[in-house]
Design a protein around this ligand. Structure first.
Ligand code: HEM
Length: 289
């Protein structure tokens, strides 16, 4: 006879993913996000990745909505994110957003795993739903505030639909309900172990996505629409990222880059220029005396 689990699934998941959670929080991408240093370009790439991930998760969720190994945690009205992400992507990229975004390698790997799980190992789907949705309802709420401030997004919420859960009136109570529902899922000890391992895997897939986004930004790799991903120094968020007026954003970035371009590019030339100005100031001073 199959052995029963000795611990509730919700507790087992929380305990087992503590370490990978810390790892995710400490990725360079998440650290700069938390410091309010997220760049508009980075944020847009992040939303695009999330769009592919949630489309896959929600497609598989739909496929398994009547499957007893998933049905108790099927909450489309409360949790689904893909429609919200579509709104955000349209806000940032404009009406042609579908043509502008690209599914990069790490995101594709995540998407493939979600489809595999949904089709062939549906009892593991809860692990992915847990990692994403409970994460969005927890740390995601902190990230929302940071994004709004550091990207100068409108307080009315445009561009931040992903973080908003209008179908959930009390987040804390909803998380309790979700955990309780996870604990009613039919499973033996071996299946619980596999679910816990899958949740760890899903965190690692997220981490790979963050690392890839970081790489894309720092390499200045061209995006799908051909425009270069600007390096950090040239596209810092504060004061220049105003996505609610996209033209102004581009203009602001250009203006900032133009000011930078007016300065000599090497430290040596800057020193020469500084000494020249100093010398002139001293000469004018002496002359005036
Ligand atoms: C800077 C990034 C992050 C911060 C500040 C953060 C913060 C938090 C906090 C404060 C909680 C506890 C909430 C509570 O006990 O009610 C939490 C829970 C959680 N977070 Fe994060 N988090 C971050 C990133 C992530 C990422 C990247 C993921 C997954 C991809 C994630 C998944 C989760 C999950 C699944 C939980 C629920 C744990 C449980 O109650 O079982 N978090 N997070």
């Amino acid at each position: 006879m199959a052995e029963r689990p000795t611990q509730d699934l919700s507790e087992a998941l929380k305990e087992a993913t503590k370490e990978v959670h810390e790892q995710a929080e400490n990725t360079q991408f998440m650290k700069s996000f938390q410091r309010g240093q997220v760049l508009l370009r980075e944020f847009k790439l992040y939303l695009a990745s999330l769009y592919y991930i949630y489309s896959a998760l929600e497609e598989e969720s739909e496929r398994n909505k009547d499957n007893p190994v998933y049905a108790p945690v099927y909450f489309p009205a409360e949790l689904n994110r893909s429609a919200a992400l579509e709104k955000d992507l349209e806000y940032f990229y404009g009406p042609t957003w579908r043509r502008e975004i690209q599914c990069h390698e790490a995101t594709q790997k995540y998407v493939d795993r979600l489809h595999h799980v949904g089709q062939y190992e549906p009892e593991l789907l809860v692990a992915h739903a847990y990692t994403r949705y409970l994460g969005d309802l927890s740390g995601g709420q902190i990230l929302r505030k940071i994004a709004q401030k550091s990207l100068n997004l409108p307080k009315t919420g445009e561009g931040l639909a992903f973080f908003d859960f209008p179908g959930v009136t009390n987040i804390s109570k909803f998380k309790q309900l979700y955990r309780a529902r996870m604990n009613t899922l039919p499973m033996d000890a071996a299946t619980e172990k596999r679910i816990v391992e899958e949740a760890e895997k899903s965190f690692l897939l997220d981490i790979e996505v963050f690392e890839e986004l970081q790489r894309l930004i720092s390499q200045g790799k061209p995006s799908a629409n051909g425009s270069a991903v600007l390096p950090k120094l040239e596209l810092h968020t504060r004061g220049i990222n105003r996505p609610h007026s996209p033209a102004a954003t581009v203009e602001n970035v250009r203006t900032q880059m133009w000011h930078k371009d007016m300065l000599p590019s090497t430290p040596f030339l800057r020193w020469v220029l500084a000494l020249f100005f100093l010398g002139t100031a001293v000469a004018v001073g002496l002359y005036a005396m």
